[in-house]
Design a protein around this ligand. Sequence first.
Ligand code: PLP
Length: 459
Amino acid sequence: MSKYENVPYKIYLSEDEIPKEWYNIRADMKNKPAPLIHPGTLQPLKFEDMQPIFCDELIRQELNNEDALIPIPEEVRNFYKMYRPSPLVHATFLEKALDTPAHIFYKFEGNNTSGSHKLNSAIAQAYYAKKQGLKGVTTETGAGQWGTALSMACAYFGLDLKVYMVKVSYEQKPFRREVMRTYGAEVTPSPSMDTNIGRKINEEFPGTTGSLGCAISEAVEVATSTPGYRYELGSVLNQVLLHQSIIGLETKTACDKYGIKPDIIIGCAGGGSNLGGLISPFMGEKLRGEADYRIIAVEPASCPSFTRGKYVYDFCDTGKVCPMAKMYTLGHDFIPSANHAGGLRYHGMSSILSQLYHDGYMEARAVEQTSVFEAAELFARVEGTLPAPESSHAIRAAIDEALKCKETGEEKTIIFGLTGTGYFDLTAYESFNNGTMTDYIPTDEDLAKGFASIPELNI
Ligand SMILES: *Cc1c(COP(=O)(O)O)cnc(C)c1O
């Protein structure tokens, strides 16, 4: 008899069990994440320095390393009720297909129109912008999930939204664009000719298909030069990990309620927000010495920030208009190969996760594209849900760990984050199905080009 015999296939918490506070992992970190610094003075950014870019309350959250619990505003919690609590699913069909003694659970965040966990932070960020009396916000989007999430959130609070969408996605994902426009956002392909930085990048790299770093520069330029606007970012920042802690808090509640004790927690890592959110209460226990878990970040072999990057201060964007962050980075000029199908293309990584990884609290591994889609295909066929390519990195690692258990006979419990659905990624699925998908792994020389763009700071 399985030790989780009494756990339902899908655990749904009640509305009352939606957390009332976010959990701020920084409060329990002995080594705090390195602060954002000003590229000119190299001094840590103060509240006033960030005010032209971000909303006031979000800056306070960004700088708050002390308070473990931060109340979720009632308005945000009301919005959460539209699609939360999200289910924790016992992947018994996958376990059976793998014939493994391991127990596999996944927290499913794709159950909303934006199709990913990004809505958890989007609604919080839109709320604080509205509360501050702003007219609108700007942002960038790569694969499009963040832009969609923020469009939904801005529509809800009646804010204007200008989205700079990485050109290659803008062209490959016209339907994503139309969802954003339906929710009222103005969508511009990046690099555009509307901004100084966009014109400069277009001149320097004619025909470029853009990058996240470049779209960020454009969005920040527009926010800081338009009265009544601020900029919002969907990953990487401390505040985003804070909002995403709702994923981990709900997971923890479900685990405690049903006696589920994870040995391994796995998440895909782009900028680190879903992983940071999923692991936060578990990592908190680990940091306080109350429990131990193996925590694994999974990234694409084509954009290997953790596994092959450097832990240094670097710019967060190509145009160098943003502050600098200390993080695992491939260099702000790194542009992942165009044949890389999924998301997770950002050159850097959350400062919080970078510090935790550096201090040995978590592991990282890089996986290749076709093996990710093989995992996605199996998952879709046995568990029913068509996973996002990003999420499928976590599926790959979960399957690999479960297969190891099959060899050793260990009955480990694995939880992974299924961050979203793949309905807008069918071009990538098409190339997988046609057998034309390739595995690009940058050579050391390729990476050296990106590293060369990292400034030497002596700090
Ligand atoms: C954006 C996104 C990711 C990666 O971003 P993180 O900040 O690393 O979580 C993963 N999965 C999906 C579905 C996404 O939309």
